[in-house]
Design a protein around this ligand. Structure first.
Ligand SMILES: Cc1cc2nc3c(=O)[nH]c(=O)nc-3n(C[C@H](O)[C@H](O)[C@H](O)COP(=O)(O)O)c2cc1C
Length: 349
């Protein structure tokens, strides 16, 4: 890599710090190479973002994977990225877990394929598609990883990033193997389902427990301004990317995932909506695809109504306590996740 001529543009989106950590490691490496680098968060107004100007500039995009794709904010950023002819490296952070000394791989899905397609249309050359299995932050689904596992994964991924940067520096291209590609293509149907439906459902599972002291940090820190104050309490709108920033950074650990609400919606949907669907809709919604859409819409409408009701019930101590007992995230062992700064994990090694 000709460090004297090149500028490195590092664009990243990060919910809980993993992608930010990778961006930081690249920028440290650039400093060592005495290469000029610009590191920029993409969750800021487009006018404040500096774009590459010279053909020799090298561009990095780094973002977590949400539902086997990049989150909407990253996809929108790449889609609106100006035309150019530079080389691009696509990176992602996925859900890594530790079993013994093995870090289980996450799944990229269509993130690289879709972004590479758009970037090629704009004139760019994609020379790298690299996933990093950082500690999973999806704590609505599973308890947070323990500190030792988090440190272990950080250290391994740090070494991986360094190796990859050296190989890229030597002019290598780091693209996906055929096996990875097939695996990613197979995830495509689920990634579409998540993009068009799943993410809206997940957005409606967050709420604040009575521990919330109305500090407003979640509203302020949300990268997509998806949290509003309704009746004096944080309320998650469908714009939420489920990036987990709010939940993991809340100083009071007052943000929970309402597993109870999801269960209740599913049960009510199965009994009442299922009945309505059989009696009324079945006769005129014959197309299986249309049936699928209508069923999911009904589920979502029910969830919206129940979410609003839950928000009202959270005002009362008794019902709020009841709701928080139905949230797995409420229990102490579940924990929270944030990527840890280098000085912390290096110190503990
Ligand atoms: C809503 C949501 C969906 C996710 N979907 C995937 C996925 O499809 N595949 C995967 O490997 N990891 C998935 N993850 C895990 C994150 O991509 C992973 O933990 C990432 O490193 C987080 O990066 P960040 O700290 O920069 O936000 C998901 C996480 C969340 C919160």
């Amino acid at each position: 890599m000709n460090s004297n001529m090149q500028k490195l543009y590092i664009y990243y989106f990060s919910g809980t710090g993993n992608a930010k950590r990778i961006a930081h490691w690249i920028s440290l490496w650039a400093d060592e190479m005495e290469a000029y680098r610009i590191i920029q968060r993409i969750d800021q107004p487009l006018e404040q973002i500096e774009f590459p100007k010279h053909q020799d500039d090298l561009i990095f995009f780094i973002s977590p994977i949400h539902g086997f794709n990049y989150p909407k904010i990253t996809l929108d950023f790449i889609r609106h990225f100006p035309k150019g002819n530079q080389k691009v490296i696509l990176m992602n952070t996925r859900a890594g877990m530790k079993i013994g000394h093995w870090i289980t791989p996450g799944l990229t899905g269509i993130a690289f394929m879709l972004s590479a397609f758009w970037l090629k249309q704009k004139g760019y050359t994609v020379i790298g598609k690299i996933p990093y299995d950082m500690p999973s932050n999806w704590i609505s689904l599973h308890p947070a990883l323990n500190t030792n596992s988090v440190i272990y994964i950080h250290q391994k991924m740090h070494d991986r990033v360094r190796t990859h940067l050296e190989r890229l520096g030597n002019g290598e291209r780091l693209l996906l193997s055929r096996k990875d590609l097939i695996q990613d293509i197979l995830m495509a149907p689920i990634s579409f389902l998540y993009y068009f439906m799943g993410r809206f459902i997940i957005a409606k599972t967050f709420y604040t427990s009575p521990k919330c002291d109305d500090c407003g940090l979640c509203i302020k820190k949300c990268p997509v301004s998806a949290i509003k104050s309704v009746d004096g309490k944080p309320f998650w709108t469908v714009h939420c990317e489920s990036c987990m920033r709010c939940m993991n950074f809340c100083p009071q650990k007052a943000i929970e995932t309402s597993h109870g609400l999801l269960m209740l919606t599913t049960v009510l949907y199965t009994f009442s909506m299922g009945f309505l669907y059989q009696m009324v809709l079945n006769n005129w919604v014959l197309n299986p695809f249309l049936r699928f859409i209508v069923s999911n819409l009904l589920f979502f409408i029910l969830l919206l109504v129940l979410y609003r009701l839950q928000h009202l019930l959270l005002k009362f101590k008794f019902t709020a306590t009841l709701i928080q007992f139905t949230s797995l995230t409420f229990y102490r062992f579940w924990g929270r996740y944030q990527s840890i700064p280098d000085k912390v994990w290096k110190h503990k090694m």
